[in-house]
Design a protein. Structure first.
Length: 225
């Protein structure tokens, strides 16, 4: 299959995934799983949030036979949302960093809150919580898989995920620029210092070399090298 057809197939497969970004399939996100399926590197039965209906949809796109959900990835179950116990939350922000769709808000040492309309039930916030103050609560009764989800919710979750990814890239770029400027200012200050002895000159040269190397690394990051 040529590149263009693989790209088209990848898009069809990704559109058929619920976009919870839960990583239960074994890939970093729904797009990564779609790419793997399109390249015959993963089977189409590894998405618990999509459940049986999802497997059938993916199978139809791939023209592959139906397979039961791989138990290694989890089980099909009702949709859940995360709930934080306000009495136990210590405001560590670890769950905020883990959430793939920015469904948790809060600041360091302050109570965090789950935005239920954003939460995809991925439960990625559970492992990093040091005080075990987050529970996953079922909210769709007996409805599971795509019966507990919808294309509209999937589209919104995908938008939230991509928005977060872009923000993280922007924040990293801003931080790299800040560090590069800080190093440049330090080097300028060192160049302006007066050294009186060989020992002082040697120490100054050592510091300059370290900072110059740091600036070079920062510039390489900023240029994408």
């Amino acid at each position: 299959m040529d590149v263009q057809n693989i790209l088209k197939l990848t898009q069809l497969l990704e559109d058929a995934l619920p976009q919870t970004q839960c990583t239960k399939c074994g890939f970093p996100d729904c797009h990564g799983y779609a790419v793997a399926m399109a390249n015959s590197e993963a089977k189409h039965n590894r998405c618990p949030p999509g459940g049986e209906i999802g497997i059938k949809r993916l199978g139809e796109i791939l023209e592959a036979e139906y397979l039961p959900l791989d138990p290694e990835c989890g089980i099909e179950k009702p949709r859940t949302t995360a709930v934080i116990d306000p009495k136990q939350c210590i405001g560590c922000t670890l769950c905020i960093k883990a959430c793939p769709v920015d469904a948790i808000v809060g600041a360091a040492k302050q109570l965090h809150v789950i935005l239920e309309d954003r939460c995809t039930g991925c439960d990625l916030c559970i492992p990093p919580c040091p005080v075990d103050c987050i529970d996953m609560v079922e909210i769709t009764g007996t409805n599971t898989g795509w019966d507990a989800w919808s294309p509209a919710l999937a589209d919104r979750a995908r938008t939230q995920y991509h928005t977060r990814q872009k923000r993280l890239v922007r924040e990293k770029l801003d931080n790299d620029k800040r560090l590069a400027q800080k190093a440049a200012d330090k080097l300028k200050m060192l160049n302006a210092e007066v050294v009186n002895t060989d020992a002082e000159k040697a120490e100054s040269d050592r510091k300059k070399a370290i900072i110059a190397a740091a600036i070079a690394r920062a510039q390489a990051k900023l240029s994408g090298v």
